[in-house]
Ligand binder design. Sequence first.
Ligand code: IMP
Length: 174
Amino acid sequence: MDDSRLRVLIPEDRLQARIVELGAQIRADYGNGVITCIGVLKGSFMFMADLVRAIGGDVRCEFLGVSSYQGGTRSTGVVQITQDLRHAIEDQDCLIIEDIIDTGLTMDYLYKMLEVRQPNSLKTCTLLDKPAHREAEVTPEYVGFSIPDEFVVGYGLDLGELYRNLPYIGVYRP
Ligand code: IMP
């Protein structure tokens, strides 16, 4: 891993502080109810782990496997489901947890795919929002940070499967 190509955009302490705030806001909005958190793999795995602890109370953890990049830095626009949910979500209060929304095509696809399964409610939460290149109209209810149009890695986000284990969000300079 060549760290000289990375610039820290969001340091670990800011990430963690914001996640605590998001968790408290989400729990306050849902009251004491059970929240079915649906993490979008692989990118959201680290965020999901910290967020569900910050939400507290009764939470179900489900995962969807999705591949929208074929190893590069541009969305292909083709969303491939590599792992579906293990359980039905009918009548449940569901929250889709994403690492980043860029074009919005992935979130738009997932939202429509889950909506037809008739959850009681369906909301979206993304750690990072990159609104510069929106192609689909998606408005996440919960956003950690809005960021400029740069390719970021770390804290779950990868470039060619590397950098996911960084504890901060960095900008990758090729
Ligand atoms: P979208 O469909 O263009 O909104 O892209 C969503 C997916 O693309 C995310 O879940 C990420 O996996 C990936 N992605 C988008 N921007 C970045 C980035 O800056 N770094 C790493 N992955 C990204």
